[in-house]
Design a protein around this ligand. Structure first.
Ligand SMILES: Nc1ncnc2c1ncn2[C@@H]1O[C@H](COP(=O)(O)OP(=O)(O)OP(=O)(O)O)[C@@H](O)[C@H]1O
Ligand SMILES: [Mg+2]
Length: 383
């Protein structure tokens, strides 16, 4: 007999009776979570996170690494949702350059803003703790703008929703009725802040909490993105990864069908164990990917720095420009002028020097409105 992970309640929506799912409070019980599903994988995942925290010392500033890591995470979590933007679009938008799919880019930058805001709250002694209120405020930032209008940004849903299908009657999953949400969310908050020695290790709790949040599905839209943002917030809150250097959404996107299937299997088959193993494996893989990427970025920057140092023509402005590149991989002359507070000829000369050294390249082929790219770096990050 598989364990029961919730109860079904019948409600009426759009004129037809439907069965909505109300999850039991965490942690899994009857039977409790089998330790075999997490003991080894948890150790491996924690080790991978520790290695990731340790490798950031390879570059001059951890901000360089964070710059790309949080953008990749925002991009990939939005891509799970179907957003079409690319990393280059994000870099271009920030550099004030022209970008195509501006709505998609806005969706990603909203995600970035929501994420940073949450991080600011957690680091501020006066900030909000991890709570429903925090998530509502993050949701408000996430759904700010054109696409979010009509989706009640910042507010818990007041109507029945469903996942998959054209109506609740043929949906893949019908989350709990809105009247039950307040209690369910209170239980979830309580679980997050419980100081109970019997609970599973923190990474496993993160896995459980993500599912519970998705199962409650408290917003009209954006539940996937807020639920994944919650993962990052919990990793920091519990000291598992102090800096958001991991791109877990990359793993979830590569395994999106399995991700959704395993979420469903908890409800339909009581299979918490399968999900927990999948999640821990994902953390280990994503952290190892991030370590590899950081080593590659560090090697690239070091090699280019050596080329610059070997050049007899490099002036002070070239060096200053070089230090900007990891956080300004695409740029115009005007942007360099502004960032280095220098003249047009001086900015141009510094760019041309880096161009001659093969570090940056002009990418438009135009005579005017030229755009430069730290192309090897952009390609490395976009892989
Ligand atoms: N069968 C399922 N059971 C529970 N949760 C699910 C199931 N299938 C998908 N989900 C979760 O619901 C999310 C989608 O919900 P919603 O559209 O509100 O969020 P979103 O942020 O707009 O979308 P997305 O995940 O598509 O980015 C998925 O990302 C996943 O986390
Ligand atoms: Mg959606």
């Amino acid at each position: 007999m598989p364990r029961s992970t919730g109860t079904c309640v019948t409600t009426t929506t759009l004129g037809e009776p439907i069965r909505a799912f109300v999850p039991h409070p965490l942690p899994p019980a009857a039977p409790p979570l089998a330790p075999t599903c997490f003991v080894d994988l948890n150790r491996q995942a924690e080790l991978a996170l520790a290695r990731l925290a340790g490798v950031s010392g390879l570059v001059a500033s951890v901000d360089w690494l964070l710059y790309s890591a949080i953008r990749k995470e925002a991009l990939l979590t939005s891509q799970i949702e179907g957003t079409q933007a690319t990393l280059t679009d994000l870099f271009d938008e920030e550099a004030g350059l022209e970008v195509g799919n501006i709505d998609d880019v806005e969706e990603v930058t909203n995600c970035l803003r929501a994420f940073r805001w949450v991080q600011g709250q957690l680091r501020d002694p006066q900030g909000l703790p991890i709570s429903v209120r925090l998530l509502c405020e993050a949701h408000r930032l996430l759904l700010d703008g054109v696409r979010g209008a009509g989706k009640q940004p910042g507010e818990l849903r007041r109507s029945q929703n469903w996942i998959g299908g054209t109506r609740p009657g043929n949906a893949a999953f019908v989350p709990p009725p809105p009247q039950q949400m307040a209690d369910l969310l209170t239980d979830l908050e309580r679980f997050i802040h419980a100081a109970d020695a019997d609970l599973p290790p923190p990474l496993v709790k993160v896995a459980l909490i993500h599912v519970q949040f998705e199962t409650i599905h408290p917003f009209l839209d954006g539940n996937g993105r807020i639920g994944r943002l919650l993962i990052g917030a919990l990793l920091e809150h519990w000291g598992l990864l102090q800096q958001p250097l991991m791109v877990l959404s990359g793993y979830l996107r590569r395994h999106q069908a399995e991700y959704y299937r395993r979420l469903s299997a908890i409800r339909t088959e009581g299979d918490w164990e399968g999900w927990v193993s999948f999640f821990l494996e994902g953390v280990a893989v994503a952290a190892a990917d991030a370590v590899r990427s950081i080593i590659e970025v560090a090697s690239l920057i070091t090699a280019d720095r050596k080329r610059l140092l070997a050049s007899t023509k490099a002036g002070p402005v070239s060096y200053r420009l070089f230090e900007l590149l990891p956080m300004m991989p695409r740029f115009s002359v005007a942007l360099v002028r502004q960032r280095l507070e220098t003249t047009f000829p001086t900015a141009s000369a510094a760019i041309h020097l880096l161009e001659d050294l093969g570090i940056v390249a002009e990418i438009t082929g135009q005579k005017k409105n030229r755009v430069y790219s730290y192309q090897a770096y952009v390609e490395l990050l976009s892989r």
